[in-house]
Design a protein around this ligand. Structure first.
Ligand SMILES: [Zn+2]
Length: 677
């Protein structure tokens, strides 16, 4: 392409003079490329070549992860299938377990060792997680409980031979919350299978980093049990082994597989777990089995065990001191369970968009019962999951159980633990949030230990839509969010960027903003202000579908949204996610083309004063009281720190207001309104 004549002319002194002479084609040149020196422009931090810089992505797409943001043709992922049998001692709080792991190495690399996660070691006094609890306390760790904490590994054996009948002890090394298992024989690449048997035990902490633990109720303890078996670390094309320790703040990164669970407890206890109960006839009474069948056909909640029945021995099968509960969940990244003699249980059918059914279940103590509290839990679970299934991706599991326990709110595949004292709006909020995690990170299995915002933030975003929808807006916020006010918190200079090196890299007090509300607000901005709901929803749905039951990175997300929406959004990722940049746009002036005739139009001048850029919305109020809106694309900021445009005014302008609906994260509203003097 040839350089345009006007561009060359603009470099010459005097070229700003309008040229009246006709060229060889008879055209009279118009005064193009006239840049006025703007002596009234304020000081600004805005640097458009920085905001719109190239090379956002530090690497190109490849055959594992494509430039489009989807898994590449050679994407691979390893697999971990678990057979887990555990016995609970409800006096000593000890869990004794046997794990048979089938690990499939689909990577192109052979392995001489594997890494596993021993999360219970966090609660040892000498753990790294205990060491980083500040004097002022923390939500994480064990709240200072001194007990015989951590995994006791009795044996680690490789199974081989016909029907895996040969068990060979293998060497293992434990460091903090990780265990390295040294393999006697190299594990083959491209589908090599390892069978490992581990015998272990641990004592449950009362408070397990707000993710598990024990709640005492009048009718018995509620055990909410998670991080309860040695779990495979993820081996991937991004980091190789992902071995960051469990110190408390960062959650989990796990392989997918099928789980078979056998939980043995005292016969008085009821167990709920991830997935489907395979032996209801053995563990419930005949009357309760009948009620389960009713619930499976009912959109209204059906009581399986009422609060009154909890203390009635007839509400448990007779004649046995112990019972083994058998559950199965397929294609999941984890499995958890809860047990208690105190459980009230109810359930209702969930109707999924593909015509499939699932079951919403709640288990809670009598103290939490009643319509104002957990009596509505199952209705909430059903409302949340049915909505998100329709909106994003179908719920993949046969059951969804909400358990009232000691964690404030914690998610696992097919089961969540929520505060036993939650009620009303708070209970809706926590049930909706924890089951919203089905989509992030249970379906879309991102690395929570490093990128908490990709599960908490994305989930918080979908919660805004499910909450607005539930029961004709019963819990919809009364007023829309004031993005300008929120921006003062979201972009406060004391905050770290969202894309820091994981939750472990953030001040604990900033977690709520940086993992939850700020990334969620970022998606609201993308959906409502930058792409529009139709383009955003399709792109976001595509991200979920592409990465369902896989392991996306932030780049895979950014690239997918850009490719599917057809929009370069690197300026936005850079300002909101990679940096903690602020937005401050000012309306500087209004000048008329002809001050004696307002109908000839007005020049409106805006300044961009901070490091971030966004599209512009203006409300222009005329003297006669009429208002009008003007929208300008973000491209006005691609090579300008100030921008003047001609507004087709028909009469005198009374005021110009930037961001009249307060939907932009402009932290300084003081300069947003220009008023006629
Ligand atoms: Zn969450």
């Amino acid at each position: 392409m040839l350089i345009a004549a006007g561009m060359a002319d603009a470099q010459q002194p005097g070229s700003q003079q309008p040229q009246k002479r006709a060229d060889t084609f008879g055209r009279v040149a118009r005064p193009r490329f006239v840049e006025f020196v703007d002596s009234t422009a304020p000081q600004t931090k805005y640097n458009y070549t920085e905001t719109f810089a190239p090379f956002f992505y530090t690497k190109n797409g490849n055959e594992y992860r494509a430039a489009t943001g989807e898994p590449g043709p050679k994407y691979w992922q390893n697999r971990a299938d678990y057979q887990l049998a555990a016995k609970l001692n409800d006096e000593t709080n000890e869990i004794t377990g046997t794990e048979v792991l089938t690990y499939t190495n689909n990577s192109p690399l052979k392995m001489n060792f594997i890494w596993m996660q021993l999360d219970q070691n966090l609660f040892r006094q000498d753990s790294r997680g205990s060491a980083i609890v500040p004097i002022g306390g923390s939500r994480n760790g064990g709240h200072g409980q001194v007990f015989d904490a951590g995994y006791k590994i009795k044996s680690v054996k490789v199974l081989s031979g016909p029907n895996n009948t040969i068990a060979t002890d293998v060497k293992y090394l434990i460091d903090d919350t990780r265990m390295q298992v040294l393999l006697p024989n190299e594990l083959n690449a491209n589908g090599g299978v390892l069978k490992l048997k581990i015998e272990y035990s641990f004592i449950s902490p009362d408070y397990g980093s707000d993710r598990m633990g024990i709640l005492k109720t009048k009718n018995g303890k509620i055990f909410t049990i998670a991080q309860w078996y040695p779990r495979m670390c993820v081996f991937d094309d991004v980091m190789g082994w992902n071995t960051l320790p469990y110190t408390g703040p960062g959650e989990f990164f796990l392989e997918y597989g099928d789980f078979d669970l056998k939980i043995t407890v005292a016969a008085k206890d009821i167990v709920v777990a991830s997935g489907e109960l395979l032996n209801p006839q053995e563990v419930y009474t005949p009357e309760q089995v009948k009620r389960w069948a009713q619930a499976a056909n009912s959109d209204k909640t059906v009581m399986i065990r009422t609060p009154e029945e909890v203390t009635d021995p007839k509400s448990r099968p007779a004649g046995k001191s112990e019972l083994t509960w058998h559950f199965r969940i397929k294609n999941a990244r984890d499995a958890s369970w809860a047990a208690s003699s105190s459980f009230v249980v109810d359930a209702a059918r969930m109707n999924l968009p593909g015509g499939k059914k699932s079951l919403a279940i709640s288990a809670y103590p009598a103290e939490s019962a009643g319509e104002a509290a957990w009596g509505r839990s199952t209705e909430f679970v059903k409302g949340s999951i049915e909505f998100n299934s329709k909106m994003w991706y179908e719920y993949p599991y046969p059951a969804a159980t909400a358990v009232a326990g000691t964690p404030g709110g914690m998610e696992y595949p097919g089961i969540v633990f929520c505060g036993a004292t939650a009620r009303g709006r708070g209970l809706w909020g926590v049930n909706d949030h924890e089951f919203g995690h089905t989509w992030f990170p249970m379906i879309v299995g991102s690395n929570e230990r490093l990128y908490g915002w990709m599960d908490e933030g994305f989930n918080t975003f979908i919660n805004t839509l499910s909450t607005a929808n539930f029961n004709n807006g019963e819990y919809k916020p009364a007023r829309p969010v004031d993005a300008e006010r929120m921006a003062q918190f979201f972009t406060a200079p004391t905050l770290e960027p969202i894309l820091s090196n994981g939750p472990d890299n953030l001040k604990e007090r900033n977690n709520g903003t940086l993992l939850y509300s700020k990334p969620s607000a970022g998606l609201v901005l993308l959906r409502e202000q930058i792409l529009g709901p139709e383009r955003f929803d399709y792109a976001f749905k595509t991200y979920i579908k592409r990465w369902a039951f896989k392991h996306p990175t932030p780049d895979d997300f950014f690239r997918t949204i850009e490719n599917v929406s057809g929009e370069s959004l690197q300026w936005f990722w850079r300002g909101w996610f990679v940096n903690n940049w602020r937005l401050d746009v000012a309306v500087r002036s209004v000048k008329y083309v002809d001050s004696t005739n307002y109908s000839k139009g007005a020049y409106i001048t805006l300044d961009n004063l901070e490091k971030m850029a966004m599209p512009v919305i203006l409300e222009i109020k005329m003297k006669n009281g009429k208002t009008d809106r003007a929208k300008l694309p973000v491209e006005i900021w691609e090579r300008n720190t100030s921008w003047t445009f001609k507004y087709p005014s028909t009469e005198e302008i009374e005021s110009v207001t930037y961001d009249p609906d307060k939907v932009m994260p402009d932290f300084n509203p003081a300069n947003n309104v220009w008023k006629k003097q």
